[in-house]
Design a protein around this ligand. Structure first.
Ligand code: NA7
Length: 554
């Protein structure tokens, strides 16, 4: 593929990323008879589930719902072993899919796309790639010496919403003598915590999953918490074969029903339409208790106004706060673990024994909300007030530059060399989360402005890939060479996303949905709440001849 003295190899489509989105996109492109090349930074498929190998890594969507539906034979034959799939099982599933549909041959691993530029003269995308550089920080630039170039008619990004790791810029991190890792870039060979003094920074979903598991083997675990977080028991358990068979017997209907749910999941839960404010607190707590026992996101389905109305939210939050106080033996530690934000404002975490872990003698909770980490020293961590913690291992569970980070890390340029970073200087601007004005023939799978992280990702991925496939098919059938989101439709869509978010409590806290976890990032609410309305809008747009997009003939 080296192209020094020849013209670059041309593909109908270049796909960036071989996670669940990239794999299904490749499958779809092949079905359409198109040539495609997929570039992947890792050395295997799986995306998020390739990188997130930290102890306790598990999906918060149930196995039977967190899998493809495009092939009835696949969904019938694959057997899940647990209610919620762990990282190794999801990775095995991804590998099975890649083998089953012979996807590997069109995927180039260990490769980063460094630049993708639309060429105004040829009307094609010019894509440059280089060997991936392995580093704790995903944003680390690869070496430019060994760059390959190809061209493509379509550029399809399947980079994932949570794949650009956020490693805080803390002075001295390079001087640390022990082992350092980020949960989203966890070493394949694992880390042996036995007998070690471990520090973990971050108490989001990754931290909350990892903490109980690391605490079991570490000599001592120090948890550095900036913001306390709500967590609901996952109640994971081995999947009963009879339950699996029952779901599979009715799979199609359940899948279709999921698509009518706001989060495209949980069709088997009871989603109560009523208001928590219409019942006595005792009755509401009884309902929450029942759902606490079931485990998982069913908790949020207890009443319909928890995510919308502050007073309703308080009732649900109070229930969880009471649970934390009942579980954590030291009242002072319990106080520090109690969140002050609305429940669900940051993504609700499903946990296994998280709060209980703080009753262990070998676990210390350190509040760094004000007394922040000032420096990482060769021996550990020093806080602003001078307190030192000697450590052998530091685990960053500090999350991601979500939704836009992985796209902006690539030097993507649209018409006239316009950098995507410039088009998005005031926050991401997309039409339907799928297209960007001035970036013809570029599709962003689960891009900002689509439900993505607020819904079952696999459902969102399939919906986007199907839509993109249909769109390309339509273009070819009708002699269109380019498709491009219009400025007006994009403007209106960005306003729409903001309006829908404003009806919820999501924008009220410093979450990664808003980009608030990344210093200097423009605060814009990036995902769109509500899968069913969104999917309907996408269908309407397509049925109206791709309304809001400009279609340019060959
Ligand atoms: P999250 O949810 O972004 O959590 C990151 C955690 O790291 C969170 O507690 C942050 O505190 C903390 N953090 C981030 N930066 C710092 C710095 N500089 N200092 C101290 N603490 C910091 O990421 P996860 O990987 O846990 O989960 C991501 C998603 O994956 C999750 O929502 C699921 O969808 C799956 P903060 O709350 O910002 O104060």
């Amino acid at each position: 593929m080296s192209t020094n003295d020849q013209s670059p190899v041309h593909y109908d489509a270049v796909v960036i990323g071989a996670g669940f989105a990239g794999m299904y996109m490749l499958y779809k492109l092949r079905q359409l008879g198109l040539t495609a090349r997929v570039y992947e930074r890792g050395d295997d498929v799986g995306g998020t589930w390739y990188w997130n190998r930290y102890p306790g890594a598990r999906c918060d969507v149930e196995s039977l719902e967190y899998c493809y539906s495009f092939d009835p034979e696949l969904e019938q034959e694959w057997e899940w072993t647990e209610r919620y799939p762990g990282q190794p099982e999801i990775l095995r599933y991804a590998q099975h899919v890649a083998e089953r549909y012979d996807l590997y041959r069109d995927i180039q691993f260990n490769t980063m796309v460094t630049k993708a530029a639309f060429d105004d003269d040829t009307g094609q995308w010019q894509v440059s790639s280089a060997p991936a550089v392995n580093h704790i920080d995903h944003n680390h630039a690869p070496n430019d010496d060994d760059t390959d170039h190809v061209t493509a008619q379509y550029l399809i990004t399947a980079v994932g919403c949570l794949s650009s790791s956020n490693v805080p810029d803390i002075a001295g991190v390079d001087t640390f003598q022990g082992e350092v890792c980020h949960t989203g870039r966890y070493p394949k060979e694992g880390i042996d915590f036995a007998g070690k003094r471990v520090g973990i920074i971050g108490t989001g979903s990754s931290g909350i999953q990892a903490i109980p598991v690391i605490a079991e083997t570490a000599d001592h675990l120090t948890v550095f918490q900036r913001t306390p977080q709500y967590a609901i028991p996952a109640r994971n358990h081995p999947l009963d074969p009879a339950e699996q068979a029952e779901v599979k017997a009715d799979y199609h209907r359940l899948r279709e029903q999921n698509k009518t749910q706001q989060g495209a999941l949980g069709a088997r839960f009871d989603w109560n339409e009523g208001s928590v404010l219409d019942v006595e607190v005792e009755e509401a707590f009884k309902e929450f208790e029942a759902r606490w026992e079931i485990g998982g996101f069913a908790f949020l389905g207890a009443y319909s106004d928890i995510a919308r109305t502050p007073e309703a939210n308080h009732v649900a939050a109070d229930f969880v706060k009471q649970k934390i106080r009942e579980t954590v033996q030291d009242p002072e530690v319990a106080d520090r673990l109690i969140p002050t934000t609305y429940i669900g404002c940051k993504r609700l975490v499903l946990d296994t024994d998280y709060f209980k872990t703080f009753n262990r003698d070998n676990v210390t909770l350190v509040d760094i909300s004000e007394n922040v980490i000032d420096e990482i020293t060769p021996d550990g961590v020093r806080l602003t007030d001078g307190t030192r913690y000697d450590l052998d291992v530091i685990v960053f569970a500090t999350g991601y530059d979500a939704m836009t980070g992985s796209l902006l890390r690539i030097n993507i340029q649209g018409r006239g060399g316009l950098p995507l970073a410039e088009q998005w200087y005031a926050g991401p601007r997309t039409y339907l989360g799928l297209g960007v004005p001035d970036f013809p023939n570029m599709f962003t799978i689960t891009g900002p402005g689509s439900p993505s992280v607020l819904a079952n990702m696999i459902v969102c991925i399939e919906q986007h890939v199907d839509w993109i496939g249909d769109c390309i098919d339509y273009m070819r059938a009708n002699g269109h060479r380019h498709i491009e989101a219009t400025e007006e439709a994009t403007e209106a869509w960005v306003d729409h996303v903001n309006l829908v978010a404003s009806y919820t409590l999501y924008p009220t806290c410093n979450s990664w949905y808003l980009g608030a976890n990344i210093p200097g990032k423009t605060r814009v609410f990036m995902p769109l709440p509500g899968f069913p309305d969104y999917a309907e809008k996408c269908e309407q747009v397509a049925a109206a001849g791709y309304e809001g997009f400009a279609l340019i003939p060959s």
